[in-house]
Design a protein around this ligand. Structure first.
Ligand code: HEM
Ligand code: HEM
Length: 184
């Protein structure tokens, strides 16, 4: 199996967690209490001793595979290839902070919504963490949009691929607003 196929297969597995993780953050629209309730219900799925080590290992593998693909492919040609590379590199940058931040904070701290919200509630920290979170969601959406775009190559990109990065950026802003308590 090629590294690219392995990266794609792994993306499907990670997609299961990411769908739950982002749905959990979407619950911020109903307020932080709704987010906490949903996280409590989801934790037995992804924080159990069998799943969690596997999940972290698969994310680590995805970063390693992604960086190898970047190295092998060399200089990107065209806007979509650049978007794929930039979003992948940002995901690596984000995850290499996000995962240790969450894992090392435990067990002393409950890494709940208040833990994430504390990073954007005061200056100067918010100047770093507000774009850090918004860009993570936008980068994930852009990376998947690029995958959709290249799946159709050489036909022109579909509407979903062209719209997804903007949906990601908008969703990132909604999550940021939720962390700031705008929805309660
Ligand atoms: C959340 C983590 C990630 C997910 C879900 C993900 C998902 C994907 C998917 C679905 C593809 C399309 C594969 C295909 O067309 O067959 C892809 C391609 C790619 N990804 Fe990622 N990826 C992630 C992280 C990364 C990281 C951290 C990097 C590197 C910095 C990266 C770099 C790339 C590159 C260079 C390609 C293009 C491969 C090629 O066609 O040559 N990805 N990614
Ligand atoms: C605005 C965006 C995000 C926020 C506010 C956020 C917040 C959090 C929080 C609070 C946890 C701890 C969960 C718990 O204790 O149960 C967590 C865990 C995690 N997040 Fe995120 N996250 C965001 C985006 C992302 C993205 C884009 C990815 C991947 C591409 C990601 C991957 C993970 C992973 C792998 C874990 C570890 C799961 C575990 O606890 O074992 N997150 N995140």
């Amino acid at each position: 199996m090629t590294l690219r196929r392995l990266h794609r297969l792994n993306a499907l597995l990670l997609g299961l967690f990411l769908a739950l993780h982002l749905a959990n953050h979407a619950a911020l629209l109903a307020g932080q209490a709704a987010h906490s309730g949903m996280m409590a219900a989801l934790r037995p799925l992804y924080r159990n001793p069998l799943v969690e080590p596997l999940l972290i290992a698969l994310f680590a593998a995805q970063i390693a595979l992604g960086l190898t693909l970047v190295w092998r492919r060399g200089r990107p040609v065209g806007g979509w290839a650049l978007a794929q590379l930039a979003s992948g590199l940002y995901l690596a940058f984000f995850l290499l902070q996000h995962l240790p931040a969450v894992l090392l904070a435990r067990p002393a701290t409950d890494t709940d919504i208040a833990f994430a919200a504390a990073t954007v509630e005061s200056l100067p920290k918010a100047l770093y963490f507000a774009p850090y979170y918004v860009l993570a969601v936008a980068a994930l959406a852009t990376h998947l949009a690029a995958a959709l775009r290249f799946a159709r190559w050489p036909a022109p990109p579909g509407r979903l691929a062209r719209t997804l990065p903007w949906i990601g950026a908008a969703f990132g802003l909604v999550i940021l607003a939720g962390l700031l308590g705008v929805f309660g």
